[in-house]
Write a protein that binds this ligand. Structure first.
Ligand code: ATP
Ligand code: MG
Length: 346
C-alpha cells in the first residue's frame, strides 16, 4: 500500500514562519516528491473551536487566511486535497467511538495538552472538547489511513496518542486502522521555532510571530526588535548563542548562498557564530543579515498570496472540492470501523 500524508493547521490566525519551517515547507517538498499516493491537508476549524467557542468569527475568517497561506507556499490543489475539518461529519463519529478507548488519566498525562492548558490559563475551566482534542486528532489521521504526519515537535505526543488508539482498536476489534508515523523537520532549529520574544514557541495564540503575509517593512521591524543575548551590551562584548533567537532563526533559514550574496566577508554560519562569541560583532549587523535571508525566502510567498487574494470565491471552490473528496474517504473508513465493531446492524 502507498504512503499517505495527513496534516493540517488550526485556523486561529494567519500562518507564521514557525509553521513554514516546522511543517509547511516540508509538505510542499513531499507533495512534489511523487513518493506519496495521497496528500491531505486539513484546516482544523472544529479543533480551533474547542478553545475559541466564544469567537467563532475569528475561526471562520481565518479559514481563508490559512488557505491563502497554503497556496502561497506552493501547496497545489491538483496534487493535494485541501479540506475543512467541520465539513467531514464522519470525523465526529469516529471520535465518539475512539473516546471509549482512552482514559481521562491518559489524556491528563499528554504533555502537549498539559502545556496548552497552562498557556491558555484554563485552570479548572477546561472545555471538554479541548481536553479531548487528541482523540479527535486521532480520528482526523486515521480517517485517511495516513501513514505519515509531517509536524513540529510539539505534536509528537499527539501522534503517540493516535498510535495507541490504533493499536487498541485493532486489537479489540479488527485490523482496520493504520498506525501513523510523525515526520519531524530534519533541521533541529525548525522543530520548535521560538517567537521573536525568545520566550515560548512561535504561536498564533501568543502573537510573537512573523507571519508569512507580513509586509517587507513589518518583517524588518520585527527582526530588528528581536530578542538576542541580554549580556551582549556592547559590540566588543562576547556574545552567547544559546537561546539567542536571531541565531536560531539563522540556523533554520540561512543557506550558504545567502553569505555569498549578503555577507561575503564570512565563509559561512560557523564563522559568523565564532565571531559573535569572540566579541566584536554587533547585533544590528546580524539582524540585518537575517532580515535579508527572510525577505528572500518570504518575497515569493508574499507575491503569490497577493495573486490568490484577488479571487476569494475560487479559494472556496478549491476547499469545497477538497472537502467533497475527503468526505468520501472518511466515509469509507467509518464504514470499515463500524463493520469491525459490528455496529452495522442493517
Ligand atoms: P495555536 O496557537 O492556535 O495552537 P499554532 O501556532 O501552535 O497555533 P497549530 O495550528 O497548532 O499552530 O500548528 C500547526 C502545525 O505547525 C503543527 O504541525 C505544529 O507542530 C507546527 N508548528 C506550530 N508552531 C510551530 C513552531 N513555532 N515551530 C515549528 N513548528 C510549529
Ligand atoms: Mg498549536
Amino acid at each position: 500500500m502507498g504512503k499517505i500524508i495527513l496534516t493540517g493547521d488550526r485556523p486561529t490566525g494567519r500562518l507564521h514562519i514557525g509553521h513554514y519551517a516546522g511543517s509547511l515547507k516540508r509538505r510542499v517538498e513531499l507533495q512534489n516528491s511523487g513518493e506519496y499516493e495521497k496528500t491531505y491537508i486539513m484546516i482544523a476549524d472544529a479543533q480551533a473551536l474547542t478553545d475559541n467557542a466564544d469567537n467563532p468569527e475569528k475561526v471562520r475568517q481565518n479559514i481563508i487566511e490559512v488557505a491563502l497561506d497554503y497556496l502561497a507556499c506552493g501547496l497545489d490543489p491538483e496534487k493535494s486535497t485541501l479540506f475543512i475539518q467541520s465539513q467531514i461529519s464522519e470525523l465526529c463519529e469516529l471520535t465518539f467511538y475512539y473516546m471509549d478507548l482512552v482514559t481521562v488519566s491518559r489524556l491528563q498525562r499528554n504533555p502537549t495538552v498539559k502545556a496548552e492548558i497552562q498557556m491558555r490559563n484554563f485552570e479548572t475551566s477546561i472545555p471538554v472538547g479541548f481536553f479531548t482534542y487528541p482523540i479527535s486528532q486521532a480520528a482526523d489521521i486515521t480517517a485517511f489511513k495516513a501513514t505519515t504526519v509531517p509536524v513540529g515537535e510539539d505534536q509528537l505526543p499527539m501522534i503517540e496518542q493516535t498510535r495507541e488508539i490504533v493499536r487498541k482498536f485493532n486489537t479489540v476489534y479488527d485490523e482496520v486502522l493504520v498506525e501513523p508515523d510523525a515526520l519531524l523537520p530534519e533541521n533541529q532549529a525548525c522543530m520548535r521555532l521560538p517567537g521573536t520574544d525568545g520566550k515560548a514557541k512561535m504561536s498564533k495564540s501568543i502573537g510573537n510571530c512573523i507571519y508569512l503575509s507580513d509586509s517587507a517593512d513589518e518583517v524588518r521591524k520585527k527582526v530588528m526588535g528581536m530578542y538576542t543575548d541580554p549580556l551582549h551590551l556592547q559590540v566588543s562584548d562576547p556574545g552567547h548563542l544559546e537561546g539567542n533567537t536571531v541565531f536560531i532563526y539563522l540556523d533554520a533559514f540561512c543557506r550558504q548562498e545567502h553569505f555569498e550574496r549578503y555577507l561575503p566577508e564570512y565563509a559561512g554560519l560557523d564563522e559568523l557564530k565564532a565571531h559573535y562569541q569572540r566579541g566584536g560583532l554587533g547585533d544590528v549587523k546580524v539582524k540585518k543579515f537575517l532580515n535579508n535571508v527572510l525577505q528572500e525566502e518570504l518575497e515569493p510567498v508574499r507575491s503569490r498570496r497577493k495573486e490568490y487574494e484577488k479571487d476569494i470565491p475560487a479559494i472556496y471552490d478549491i476547499l469545497k472540492k477538497g472537502s467533497g473528496e475527503a468526505r468520501e474517504v472518511a466515509a469509507q473508513t467509518l464504514s470499515d470501523v463500524k463493520r469491525a465493531m459490528k455496529i452495522n446492524y442493517f
